[in-house]
Design a binder for this molecule. Structure first.
Ligand code: THG
Length: 330
């Protein structure tokens, strides 16, 4: 089949679907959403059998979806509509969530359902839900819908009673150090993970916060930075502390970096934990070394999957430790 992808960006889900479909012999063309006129033109030039929108924020012009069957991946269960769907799911502590393949219509996400999957999400960060549960579910939905479409006699189902989300306002992602519990702080950072970040004041200035971890040992005053570890910072809450690994200044040109590089005058204690130390409380650990039945395991959970020079060096140190240790010779 000739399939046209309409996407805001060729993101991880779009790339995954591209591979799944081309591997099955489909011809896929990708059109980025630059302007509605270009979308119309792309459809007219390519004349696809089917249009898929794996990751799209803007309206597909009626000229397109009335002429070509157009299916949209929505990161929520049937009946759920609107932007920031996963963010809302996390903020509202939903346990049951889903992904739907919705036929494009005039109203956002209000069209009939071609396929959907449901799953449980237990207090996870947005990027993890998107890249795992949503992506796996979306692939299954798309393959199922292609079969239904090729068979030719499938009638998609109207949506159940809808719930329409609004766009989340900046203020709803703001951390209030004086009143938010650690759980509420984690929730706001998890819901805003990767993009756009949770807002908070640190050292009298506003920042966007990313990648939070609970901490059970250290204590500190709400909103005060009390320690650092591997370029992450530990901040006091009303009842404990929380780790934040990445920060961004709020102006448009700034970029997300390890917290210690963004806060130029950080002067707090380094709370070091060696990767091979046994720790039985929740905390932030960038690299963990474990041994089991003469096998050494090194876990390195680097944010966004890219390594900085410093992280390479920290990892190399642990690899050296493992090599020297030679667990085969007790
Ligand atoms: N039909 C048509 N086009 C579509 C969809 C559709 N394009 C993609 C879209 N679904 C994906 N879902 C949504 C749902 C709601 C909103 C955007 C995409 C939305 N947007 C706000 C607005 O336009 O005012 C802006 C929110 C934001 O910027 O984040 O509400 O079903 N034809």
């Amino acid at each position: 089949m000739k399939i046209l992808f309409l996407c805001y960006r060729f993101n991880s889900l779009s790339q995954r679907l591209y591979c799944e479909l081309t591997e099955r012999g489909h011809e896929v063309s990708v059109e980025l959403d630059v302007h509605p006129d270009l979308t119309v033109e792309a459809a007219e030039l390519y004349k696809p059998d089917l249009i898929l929108a794996p990751f799209l924020k803007r309206k597909i012009p009626a000229e397109v979806w009335t002429k070509y069957k157009t299916l949209i991946i929505h990161p929520g269960p049937p009946g759920d509509r609107g932007p920031n769907a996963i963010d809302w799911a996390i903020l509202n502590e939903k346990r049951e969530w889903g992904v739907s393949l919705i036929e494009a219509s005039e109203e956002y996400d209000a069209g009939d359902i071609w396929a959907y999957r449901t799953f449980t999400i237990d207090f996870k960060r947005k990027s993890s839900v998107y890249r795992n549960e949503i992506t796996e579910g979306a692939v299954e939905c798309v393959l199922e819908a292609l079969e239904k479409f090729e068979n030719g006699n499938f009638k998609p189902k109207p949506q159940p009673d809808e719930y329409v989300w609004n766009k989340i306002e900046k203020e709803q992602r703001r951390i209030n150090w004086e009143t938010d519990t650690t759980q509420e702080i984690l929730k706001k950072v998890y819901a805003s993970d990767s993009q756009p970040g949770a807002r908070a004041t640190l050292q009298g200035k506003e920042y966007l916060l990313y990648n939070a971890y609970p901490e059970e040992e250290l204590k500190g005053k709400p909103g005060k930075i009390i320690a650092e570890r591997d370029e992450a910072i530990c901040i006091g809450t009303v009842a404990g502390t929380v780790w934040i690994t990445h920060l961004r200044e709020t102006d448009k040109k700034s970029i997300k970096l390890p917290a210690k590089r963004v806060l130029k005058n950080l002067n707090v204690k380094e709370e070091k934990i060696e990767p091979w130390e046994k720790v039985d409380f929740k905390t932030y650990r960038e690299i963990v070394y474990e041994e089991e039945e003469s096998i050494a395991y090194i876990y390195f959970n680097f944010y966004n999957g890219a390594m900085s020079t410093e992280q390479c060096e920290r990892l190399r140190r642990v690899v050296r430790y493992a090599k020297k240790k030679d667990p085969l010779k007790p």
